[in-house]
Ligand binder design. Structure first.
Ligand code: HEC
Length: 212
C-alpha cells in the first residue's frame, strides 16, 4: 500500500514537471531544430509499425499498365514534385525547409502497398497530405504505378508522360546562386527571373516544372 502511494505521488510529480516544462516554452517547435536521436528513433518505429500493419491487407493491382503509369505521371507532376522532386529537377526550396524532409522519390521506388496507404491517408505531423480526401483509389494506384518506374525514367520520358513541354528548361530556382550556365541547368533563352504572381506564357512551363 505504501509502495502504491509512493508510485502515485511520483506519477503526479512527473506530470506536473512535464506540464511546467511545456508552459515555460523551453521546447523549440521550429522546423529547423532537429529532434533528439531518441525522439527520431521512437517516431521512426511508430511510423514504420503503424504503416506496416495498416497496409498488410492491401491487394496490389497490376502496376505495369502503361496507361496507368501515364495517368500517374500527370497527377504526380501536378501535386507532388515540389516535395518529392522528379527526373531532371534540382532540389526545391519547399523541400529544403521541411522537417522531416520529404524523400526524393527519384532515388527509390517505394513499396506499392505502403505507398498506396501513405498517399491515401497522409502522415500526421509531417507535411505529407492525405490525398484520399480528394482522389479516388484508382488515381492513387496510378501514382503508385508511376512511382515504380520513376527511378529509372529519363527526363524526356517523364516530361512526355506528364504532358510537359519537351524542350522547357528545367529550373531549380536557386535563391542563393544567381543564373549560371553550369551543365545541370540548360541555358535559358528568357532571363531567369521568377514571376510568381503572373507568369508569362514563356515562363509558364518552367514554373510548372518547379512548383507543382
Ligand atoms: C508538402 C510536401 C509534400 C507533398 C506535396 C507530398 N508529400 Fe509525400 N511526403 C512528404 C513527407 C514530409 C513525407 C515523409 C514523411 C515521414 O518522414 O514520415 C512524405 C512521404 C511520402 C511517401 C513515402 C515514401 C517512403 O519513404 O516510402 C510517398 C510514397 C509519398 N510521400 C508520395 C507522395 C505523392 C504521390 C504525392 C503527391 C500526390 C506527395 N507525396 C505529396 C511530403 C509531401
Amino acid at each position: 500500500m505504501k509502495y502504491l502511494k509512493g508510485m502515485i505521488a511520483l506519477v503526479i510529480v512527473v506530470i506536473i514537471a512535464i506540464a511546467a516544462w511545456i508552459w515555460t516554452g523551453s521546447y523549440n517547435v521550429g522546423a529547423d531544430s532537429p529532434h533528439w536521436a531518441f525522439t527520431r528513433y521512437v517516431i521512426g518505429q511508430l511510423r514504420e509499425h503503424s504503416i506496416e500493419s495498416r497496409s498488410a491487407d492491401i491487394t496490389v493491382p497490376n502496376l505495369d499498365d502503361p496507361a496507368l503509369v501515364a495517368e500517374g505521371a500527370h497527377h504526380y507532376a501536378e501535386m507532388c514534385t515540389g516535395c518529392h522532386l522528379a527526373p531532371g529537377m534540382g532540389d526545391s526550396e519547399l523541400r529544403e525547409g521541411l522537417y522531416p524532409r520529404p524523400p526524393n522519390l527519384t532515388h527509390f521506388a517505394p513499396d506499392p502497398a505502403e505507398a498506396f496507404w501513405i498517399i491515401k491517408h497522409g502522415i500526421k505531423m509531417t507535411a505529407m497530405p492525405a490525398w484520399g480526401k480528394t482522389h479516388d483509389d484508382q488515381k492513387i494506384w496510378a501514382m503508385v504505378a508511376y512511382l515504380q518506374k520513376q527511378p529509372h525514367m529519363s527526363v524526356e520520358r517523364y516530361r512526355e508522360l506528364a504532358g510537359l513541354p519537351a524542350m522547357a528548361p528545367v529550373m531549380t530556382h536557386e535563391a542563393t546562386s544567381p543564373a549560371t550556365t553550369d551543365s545541370a541547368v540548360p541555358a535559358m533563352s528568357a532571363p531567369m527571373t521568377v514571376t510568381p504572381a503572373a507568369p508569362s506564357s514563356a515562363a509558364a512551363p518552367a514554373k510548372a516544372a518547379s512548383t507543382h
